[in-house]
Write a protein of this length. Structure first.
Length: 106
């Protein structure tokens, strides 16, 4: 459980830093985005066999994409498009973090 807490703390920090920069009109910060992508990849790897993730992790995962989409609206093109493209990539990574190998209705 300790490893899950560590990676969750990293997720909270990385997502917060990335989203605060966007919301503060600092523009798309490639270094903060790259850090968040790396942490999400770590989460996916760490949680691959986990049956559950913490409420805090779930809260962060469900808010990353909508928050980045909302922040994108305050930017002009082409910055807005760059943020939206990054958001779609984050969506894919969030999916990898919570992917469960199951079939519904079977």
């Amino acid at each position: 459980m300790r490893e899950m807490a560590d990676v969750t703390a990293q997720l909270v920090d990385a997502s917060g830093d990335f989203l605060v920069a966007l919301r503060s009109n600092e523009g798309f910060q490639q270094d903060l985005y790259d850090r968040l992508v790396g942490v999400l990849r770590d989460c996916a790897r760490e949680w691959r066999e986990a049956d559950v993730v913490s409420k805090l992790a779930a809260d962060v995962l469900v808010s990353i994409v909508p928050a980045s989409w909302a922040a994108a609206e305050s930017y002009a093109e082409p910055e807005r498009q760059r943020i939206m493209a990054a958001s779609f990539a984050l969506y894919e990574l969030v999916g990898e973090c919570v992917y469960a190998d199951h079939q519904f209705g079977s």
